[in-house]
Write a protein that binds this ligand. Structure first.
Ligand code: BGC
Length: 516
């Protein structure tokens, strides 16, 4: 006891010093040449977050079109009706991409633009035309389209009918939608992602109930209906089988001619033990199993992680022999959305207050603070801190667990803390440099990473935060929708050109563009 008391202040000092050292450390330089020549550098967006034009040319209502209209759900009661009007301004946006010199643009297809009511049916021709124009123009500029079929927004009718991904009917609906995409766009699209972050959707929509259809139960959240213990497991199960069906269709009907690659994207926090103790180390391993392995194990090995089976017992759905066959080996690559790292505290052998910062299942709590000290520099997003080592660690973990299957970092991004000048975003530049240094280290050790996409090309509709949270390389004026390059856009362009960039010059250029 005395020993602990003596140690305590000393350990706080050590921890504070290491965080301080991290903040003060001169920012590491990184060169384009640290990555293979054919490495894919790109930028990412998603349909609901940038397109706007929510009812233009026959588009149907999506779940987000409806959800954002419920007062109090979104900061400032904002919505994506207009967003960045990318639907009408896509030519200008492709010019922005071209001037950055990126090789890939990751975007998603609005399901309700293609199938306005969801439901098996014929596609809306104007929706097909829009994505054809977008893809053709990208290709003509030498930018590879990296297409996500489903990124959070689904036709409202599919959600109203029986709770979105809770329904097994969505498997067939998704396979139908994906088939339309392969058929109409697959001659020019070489990289497909079936679903963006099933693990985060299961969490936000069915555990915490803060995304539509807002289903949950205590202690995870307060919703009018739902069951946070069971429904996320069912929703994930349906998303995984839907993925497997789409991949099966792609590989058997389209791949022989189109020869593209198809994968899935996982939300991929890294986790570290809160205390230097075995129980928290085990809890951090469990956190990885209950987050990334929950969705990836079935797609590589054909079943859920053993840790989850132990914890959930019969509540965890079972795959039939056919479904296992469908899922096993059903990805050509893993898309990794990595932003930050969390501490994990064990709740099996320790007492935990119910809830915690970001409660996830697996008898553990997560938090961004150890003894009041944050895990890294704060950002403008309350649960995201700058922890560059997390990139190398999560890539190492995936490499080990999945035999080094090809990976793309499909999202990595940063918001400036409040009150900072958005155009002079040195914080964002330092963030990307540090995370790229960490990624390059993982690659040097043999990780099979093929690309890196910055989230996001431009400021956009950031879900619950509306337009208050800006992740873009380009600043978007909410009144005029004018796009202005931030300092980070200039840094990224010069990084890609392989020039040594001159921060002083860029800084004064950005300052004059703010004034002018
Ligand atoms: C999502 C994006 C989102 C980003 C930043 C990712 O999990 O895929 O849609 O904007 O995080 O919060």
């Amino acid at each position: 006891m005395t020993f602990n008391c003596l140690l305590y202040p000393f350990s706080v000092l050590l921890i504070s010093y290491s965080v301080l050292a991290q903040c003060l450390k001169p920012h590491e330089e990184i060169q384009r040449s640290a990555f293979p020549n054919d490495f894919f550098f790109g930028a990412a967006t998603s349909s609901y977050q940038v397109e706007g034009a929510y009812l233009q040319d026959g588009k149907g209502l999506s779940n987000w079109d409806v959800f954002t209209k419920i007062p109090g759900k979104i900061e400032d009661n904002a919505n994506g009706d207009v967003a960045d009007d990318h639907y009408n301004l896509y030519l200008e946006d492709i010019e922005l991409m071209h001037s950055l010199g990126i090789r890939g643009y990751r975007f998603s297809i609005s399901w309700s633009r293609i199938l306005p009511d969801g439901m098996l049916g014929t596609p809306n021709p104007s929706g097909i035309t829009f994505y054809n124009k977008l893809i053709n123009h990208l290709v003509s500029k030498g930018i590879e389209p990296f297409v996500t079929i489903h990124h959070t927004d689904l036709p409202y009718m599919l959600e109203a009918r029986d709770g979105g991904w809770l329904s097994p009917l969505l498997r067939e609906e998704f396979a139908h939608f994906a088939t339309i995409c392969f058929k109409n766009f697959g001659d020019r699209v070489r990289y497909w992602v079936t679903i963006n972050e099933p693990n985060l959707i299961a969490d936000l929509a069915y555990i915490r109930g803060i995304f539509p259809p807002a289903r949950c139960s205590p202690p995870f959240g307060n919703c009018s209906t739902g069951n946070s213990d069971v429904e996320p497991l069912i929703a994930m199960h349906n998303m995984l089988i839907a993925h497997g069906m789409a991949v099966d269709i792609y590989r058997s009907l389209f791949w022989p001619k189109q020869q593209g690659f198809i994968g899935i994207v996982s939300s991929a926090f890294m986790y570290e033990p809160l205390r230097d103790e075995e129980r928290d180390r085990l809890a951090a391993d469990r956190a990885l199993a209950f987050n990334v392995a929950w969705m990836l194990d079935p797609l590589i090995y054909g079943d859920y992680p053993a840790e989850m089976r132990q914890c959930h017992g019969l509540a965890l759905p079972k795959f039939s022999a056919n479904e296992k066959r469908l899922l096993r080996g059903s990805i050509d690559f893993i898309g990794v959305n990595h932003y930050s790292t969390l501490y994990v505290k064990d709740c099996i052998n320790s007492t935990c207050p119910s809830g915690g910062d970001r409660p996830i299942r697996g008898f553990l709590n997560t938090t961004s603070y150890r003894d009041g000290v944050p895990i890294g520099e704060p950002t403008g997003t309350s649960y995201l801190f700058v922890v560059p080592r997390g990139m190398e660690e999560i890539i190492d973990y995936l490499k080990r667990r999945y035999h080094n299957v090809p990976m793309f970092v499909t999202e990595n991004g940063y918001t400036l803390p409040a009150q900072q000048n958005e155009l002079q975003d040195m914080g964002r530049i330092n963030f990307h440099k540090a995370y790229l240094v960490s990624l390059a280290r993982a690659i040097r050790k043999g990780a099979n990473v093929r690309g890196y996409f910055i989230w996001s090309l431009m400021d956009n509709f950031e879900w619950l935060s509306g337009y208050t949270s800006r992740f873009g390389l380009y600043y978007v004026d909410r009144q005029t929708l004018e796009r202005t390059p931030k300092l980070s856009a200039k840094w990224f362009a010069s990084f890609l050109k392989n020039n040594t960039h001159n921060e002083k010059e860029e800084s004064s250029a950005a300052a004059s563009s703010v004034q002018g």
